[in-house]
Ligand binder design. Structure first.
Ligand SMILES: CC(C)(COP(=O)(O)OP(=O)(O)OC[C@H]1O[C@@H](n2cnc3c(N)ncnc32)[C@H](O)[C@@H]1OP(=O)(O)O)[C@@H](O)C(=O)NCCC(=O)NCCS
Length: 177
């Protein structure tokens, strides 16, 4: 799906395919340590990424591509499956209708609407397969103000808090039918 960033660059949101793995490695290599620290659903080497998708048929990868250079500028994961810490909220979690979500945007592309464009694309795709709630995979660090604003703006609500290298917040987005 082609959309424009706030500064009028064209990006194409799409599914990750196995032939994207090499350019995904270039994307990871270009991420700052700070972005890597905040986004860690799997290790960043090619074998770990391949294992992640080969052994987890519940894992779906999504990309945004800069249409000018064909470089990956955003990578996000949707997983149907849950972390045990979410049980404390008393949600009735269902692999068919709930998922967890981990997004990342290349440092130079953050703050211009790429994350929101990707989220809109992902929502339209996962609604097709019956998913109606998105929960943050690893929560969000309470000091990650940018990401928190991004999620709140997208309609996520805070579920609660947990400690892991400091305070983190669990958030959930109920998708409208
Ligand atoms: C979190 C992340 C995925 C958001 O994507 P993004 O493309 O930067 O976000 P967007 O540009 O779509 O921002 C949407 C909203 O976020 C907020 N936001 C954007 N830039 C911000 C900034 N510099 N400071 C505070 N809030 C900001 C605003 O509310 C913005 O709304 P607006 O469009 O009305 O200004 C991305 O910044 C990222 O990869 N960060 C590093 C890794 C990370 O933190 N991942 C999430 C782990 S939980």
């Amino acid at each position: 799906m082609i959309t424009e960033t706030r500064d009028h660059k064209q990006i194409d949101s799409q599914y990750l395919n196995s032939n994207d793995f090499e350019s995904l490695m270039r994307y990871f290599n270009g991420l700052s340590n700070e972005t890597k620290r905040r986004f860690g659903p799997h290790l960043f080497d090619q074998q770990s990424v391949m294992d992640f998708y080969e052994n987890g048929d519940q894992n779906r990868g999504f990309l945004a591509i800069d249409t000018k250079t064909n470089a990956i500028i955003s990578y996000a994961i949707i997983k149907q499956g849950f972390q045990s810490r979410l049980q404390k909220y008393g949600l009735k979690l269902d692999n068919q209708t709930d998922c967890t979500f981990a997004p990342s945007v290349a440092d130079m592309w953050q703050g211009i609407g790429v994350g929101i464009a990707m989220l809109h694309f992902i929502i339209s795709e996962i609604q097709e397969i019956g998913i109606n709630r998105i929960i943050l995979w690893g929560g969000v660090q309470s000091n990650n103000v940018h990401a928190k604003n991004h999620y709140l703006k997208a309609g996520f609500k805070v579920l609660g808090y947990f400690e892991y290298h400091g305070q983190n917040e669990d958030m959930i987005l109920e998708l409208k039918v």
